[in-house]
Design a binder for this molecule. Structure first.
Ligand SMILES: [Zn+2]
Length: 266
């Protein structure tokens, strides 16, 4: 799929950019001139255990700064940017990547629900502190919203969008059905089911960008591995949805099983 035989950014490495799938036709408010303002050339920090360096000057056809980690491409939009972060494994690594490469202010939004004993407060705070330590970037503001129950409206509320140009979320694909069929619980999130290519962008009052929309947790594992975060950031993340557990992982819920499938440990 896509134009994998040709680079879009003029470098030698093949970037499997899929421009036709990156944008929802007619729904993107950012103009090309705005996109041109996104790129902030700078030094390329070394990443990964192998000492491999990522060239932050990869650009897409709009001259937008992008990075490829494992098989996944992430676009860096002009800030200030927002990210919905629960302290889970997906949003945490996305936060790390943003903090590593975005110099603009980052607003981190966490929804803490009474139903889940407000456990996301601890996990998200620990993840942010670790990301600050690892990236040396503390240009972040953490917004925690306390609610009775986590709903879409509680996760994404209008006041957030007055602060940011774009909201990043770490939503991923579910594992293949052959895998989840053996899970003890069933997922209620049908929109994460694999099989169809999903849009990376959603337009509400502002743009929402989901760079992991078409990858599952196995690729998230690859990203942690490539960024050398398996020993540092990963242990602080928590995806468990057990309603009685205050910390740690139950090992039984759908989310724990997904985590075990991808990372082979909780
Ligand atoms: Zn669990």
């Amino acid at each position: 799929m896509g134009t994998s035989s040709q680079t879009l950014c003029g470098c030698n490495s093949v970037v499997e950019c899929q421009p036709s799938k990156l944008f929802v036709a007619g729904s993107i408010p950012v103009t090309r001139s705005k996109l041109l303002g996104v790129a902030q050339p700078g030094s390329a920090p070394a990443l990964g255990a192998g000492g491999r360096e990522f060239d932050p000057l990869h650009r897409d056809q709009f001259n937008m700064k992008i990075i490829k980690i494992s098989k996944t491409i992430i676009h860096f939009h002009q800030g200030p940017i927002g990210i919905s972060c629960s302290g889970g494994v997906d949003s945490s690594v996305l936060l790390y990547i943003l903090m590593k490469y975005v110099k603009d202010p980052i607003h981190i939004f966490t929804c803490a629900s009474k139903l889940k004993n407000y456990t996301t407060v601890k996990s998200s705070t620990e993840v942010i502190r670790k990301c600050i330590e690892l990236t040396n970037n503390n240009n972040v503001t953490h917004h925690i919203r306390y609610v009775d129950e986590q709903t879409f409206e509680n996760l994404f509320y209008p006041q957030q969008y007055s602060l940011i140009n774009v909201m990043y979320t770490g939503v991923t694909l579910n594992p293949p059905e052959a895998v989840t069929d053996n899970f003890k619980e069933k997922s209620a999130e049908d929109e994460r089911n694999p099989g169809t290519i999903k849009s990376f962008y959603k337009q509400t009052s502002k743009l929402t960008y989901m760079p992991f929309a078409n990858i599952d947790k196995k690729e998230i594992y690859n990203i942690y591995k490539e960024l050398d975060l398996l020993q540092s950031l990963y242990p602080l993340t928590r995806s468990c949805e057990d309603l009685n557990l205050l910390e740690g992982h139950c090992g039984q819920c759908w989310w724990c099983e997904e985590r075990l499938w991808a990372f082979n440990k909780l």
